[in-house]
Design a protein around this ligand. Structure first.
Ligand SMILES: [Cu+2]
Length: 115
């Protein structure tokens, strides 16, 4: 019986521990993609618009640290769930935005200009 049990453990083990051994990725952007894996997490933050691309549904934001998503401060491009929410925004605007991390994939799900 014992060899059979051992074989089962050896077959299952790599799948169970594999993610823990995923090597650290090269850039900070890639690194924070890994956090929140396996969960849908949302977080709100303030930022500054660097670039708006309504047609592509993307916005480049400079933001401070977002602890909930284990993200350092940085400038990065986000896909936006509702591209129409970008209308009226321009580079230099200060904004409040809500991010969703779905298994590590980040999307801006709400964004509004701050006065
Ligand atoms: Cu970021």
């Amino acid at each position: 019986m014992r060899p059979v049990i051992l074989a089962v453990i050896l077959a299952v083990l790599p799948a169970a521990i594999g993610p823990a051994f995923t090597p650290a990725l090269a850039t900070s952007h890639d690194r924070h993609q890994g956090h929140g894996a396996g969960a849908v997490v949302t977080a709100e933050a303030d930022g500054e618009v660097r670039r708006v691309d309504v047609a592509a549904g993307k916005v480049t934001l400079r933001h401070g640290p977002i602890d909930k998503l284990d993200m350092a401060g940085m400038s990065m491009v986000f896909p936006v769930r509702d591209p129409a929410s970008l209308r009226g925004l321009a580079a230099g605007d200060r904004v409040r935005f809500e991010l969703e991390s779905n298994h590590g994939a980040l999307t801006v799900i709400a964004i509004r200009k701050l006065p």
